[in-house]
Design a protein. Structure first.
Length: 153
């Protein structure tokens, strides 16, 4: 048995880039930064940032197009996928991506959450109207670029 599961909470580095393919299939991509801090022996706070390439398909991509912006804090659940291609010079290139199964926008929006929807821990819940129903957890199709122009490089 094996498991390929990733959970990330981080800040979006750029607005999502959304492309539409045959039959209206949407794909959104954006970089996500996760950071951790520690204090070294000299008492200095050191912050280390990791960047992740996030890929969302179908209805998740459409939701991201409408709600996710640079600087947004998001919670992403997905799996790690590494793919390779040959560049113009004949060199093998590799890219590691997070294929998202679900995501949740963690930004608090003014006026979108009525006080009655707060949980007993005080955290706001995202209104259901911002996210589609059962399609939210629909697994993405395996990534297969239609042609070389669809590669991110």
């Amino acid at each position: 048995m094996s498991i390929n599961k990733v959970i990330l909470v981080g800040n979006v580095g750029k607005d999502p880039v959304v492309r539409y393919f045959d039959r209206g299939v949407a794909k959104a991509t954006f970089p996500l930064a996760t950071s951790e801090s520690y204090t070294n022996q000299q008492g200095e706070t050191i912050t280390s940032t990791e960047w992740h390439n996030i890929v969302l398909w179908r209805s998740l991509a459409e939701v991201a197009e409408k709600t996710v912006k640079k600087g947004s804090q998001v919670y992403v659940v997905g799996k790690i996928k590494t793919r390779s291609y040959v560049d113009k010079d004949g060199n093998n290139k590799y890219i590691t991506e997070i294929l998202a199964d679900a995501f949740l926008l963690l930004d608090k929006k003014q006026g979108t959450v009525p006080p009655a929807s707060q949980t007993d821990t005080g955290r706001n819940q995202i209104p259901e109207k911002e996210f589609p129903g059962p399609d939210l957890n629909e697994p993405p199709a395996p990534y297969q670029p239609a042609n070389e122009d669809d590669l991110p490089f």
